[in-house]
Design a protein around this ligand. Structure first.
Ligand code: ZN
Length: 499
């Protein structure tokens, strides 16, 4: 006999969601709507006032077009923002993506401004993300795939520290239509048969075979890979291959976003990136994609996958199957149009003009750490180390494009930086308590202290590039310690120096 009485039924609901219950009743922005809806409910009629017609009450939650209204209590709004931005399944995305995530379930009058404020002041975002560089035009954009999982791109992110389980690569597989990405930890030592096995176990199992694979590796890799997959599937069918060398630029973008997400979460040990990989994948796929204008989950499955903050929100509408399919096809059609537009935009990109940035004394700025810098890295892997350190205050302007900063006492770095290495800090210093302000570690910078005079100049050639160098005598050094420096660098850093 089956034991039917031992079933346990646990329904979960986050506590924070229940704090929203009844919270709009007394709120200045929502109390009127609340009253109108409540009154209508008692009279068993719909609201007579037109401006409240999209409001409804459900289980003590005030909803506007199905979204939960959040009262103007800073703590509650900040908690919503934290869950939709800082939590690992949210992924520290930028303003637009975060706004889109919040707006899926929640609503309040100044929402967009609040998201803008919150994200631009986020310390982790400022320290970990490079300002996106615009990519050059795509020379041969790939054709937009006709169906889901018809064409996928494959790429590897290397340069990561080895995890406890020995993984040191991320295999990035992206469906080119829905942009659904899979991040799979692998090892550099894996050969194609091992990759084929993982492909069948993790991807073929869910999506079947794609028609083509785009990879930035050489064509031999792809054809070996196909063969290995076919042999793993034990099919007797043989395959012929056609090569279409094209550029895509998609995987590069995915890699950059994944690196940004990981950097925001890994600890200083940095070998725990593998633990965050599934969460980063979720964060990537549930955020709106800038080329398709939809989230990858929405395009692949037709609905948003539930994040922790959405548990217990009983507002999801069940759509009839027919409506669901129609909606899905419509969304895919729109996504294709948006992809085409994104490709055209990328093609039309001209080189961006250099931004002219100026700072004032007292401004708090972050210092950009040179990419892959060995000297500045805070963990064992430069790639996962923060991109910026600081914030530090500016003491004065030095020359035309350089600034002197007030660095921590322990810092050995020369405190003058070119403007291109500085980024204004938007973080409230009061909010930095408990956050990590990373001081530069003591290093000997290549540009030592102040120059006293230049001794002589010479011409130098590096490949086809000709430039002038000068022998600089430094104020705190002897003549023997003089060093050859690029004239342009010295002029930029110390414009007052005579030659
Ligand atoms: Zn952030």
């Amino acid at each position: 006999m089956p034991m039917l009485n031992n079933l346990s039924f646990v329904q979960i609901q986050s506590e924070f969601i229940s704090t929203l219950k009844g919270s709009c009743k007394e709120d200045p922005s929502f109390s009127q709507a609340w009253k109108a809806v409540e009154q209508a409910k008692q009279n068993e009629a719909s609201t007579s006032e037109r401006k409240f017609k999209h409001y409804s009450l459900q289980d003590e939650y005030l909803l506007y077009k199905g979204k939960v209204c959040v009262p103007s209590i800073m703590d509650i709004r900040n908690q919503v923002l934290f869950e939709c931005h800082d939590a690992p399944s949210a992924g520290h995305h930028g303003i637009n993506r975060t706004y889109e995530l919040v707006k899926r379930h929640f609503l309040w009058p100044s929402l967009h401004r609040d998201v803008q404020n919150y994200v631009s002041k986020c310390h982790k975002c400022q320290v970990n993300k490079f300002e996106r560089l615009k990519v050059g035009g795509l020379l041969h954009p790939l054709e937009i795939p006709k169906g889901k999982w018809e064409s996928i791109s494959m790429d590897f992110i290397s340069g990561l520290p080895r995890t406890q389980k020995g993984f040191d690569l991320v295999w990035v597989v992206v469906d080119r239509l829905t942009k659904l990405a899979q991040f799979i930890p692998v090892k550099t030592t894996y050969k194609t048969p091992e990759l084929a096995k993982i492909f069948v176990n993790q991807l073929y199992r869910l999506y079947g075979l794609p028609v083509d694979i785009v990879s930035d590796r050489d064509a031999r890799f792809t054809s070996h890979f196909w063969r290995a997959v076919f042999s793993r599937l034990e099919t007797k069918l043989s395959l012929s291959r056609a090569e279409h060398p094209r550029t895509d630029g998609q995987s590069e973008k995915v890699n950059q976003i994944l690196e940004d997400i990981l950097r925001a979460y890994v600890t200083s040990k940095q070998t725990d990136w593998e633990d965050y990989l599934p969460l980063a994948e979720f964060a990537y796929n549930s955020a709106k994609n800038s080329s398709t204008e939809f989230s990858s989950f929405m395009l692949m499955y037709g609905f948003q996958l539930r994040s922790p903050y959405a548990v217990g929100l009983q507002i999801e509408r069940v759509q009839a199957a027919q409506e669901f399919l129609q909606d899905m096809n419509f969304k895919l059609k729109l996504a294709k149009e948006n992809l085409k537009k994104a490709q055209d935009r990328a093609k039309a990109y001209a080189d961006p003009k250099r931004r002219d940035v100026t700072f004032q004394a007292g401004d708090q700025v972050y210092i950009r750490i040179p990419e892959r810098s060995e000297k500045f890295k805070t963990g064992q892997c430069a790639m996962l180390s923060p991109r910026y350190c600081g914030p530090f205050p500016i003491t004065k302007k030095v020359g035309l494009r350089a600034y002197e900063l007030q660095l921590p006492y322990e810092s050995w770095i020369h405190p003058v930086f070119h403007v291109s290495r500085l980024r204004k800090s938007l973080t409230d210093l009061d909010n930095l308590v408990g956050q990590q302000v990373i001081p530069p570690i003591p290093v000997n910078e290549t540009v030592p202290h102040e120059p006293e005079r230049t001794l002589r100049t010479r011409d130098k050639r590096k490949r086809s590039h000709l430039y002038e160098e000068c022998l600089v005598k430094w104020k705190d050094g002897t003549e023997e310690n003089s060093t050859w420096e690029k004239v342009s660098t010295i002029q930029r850093l110390f414009p007052a120096l005579k030659f």
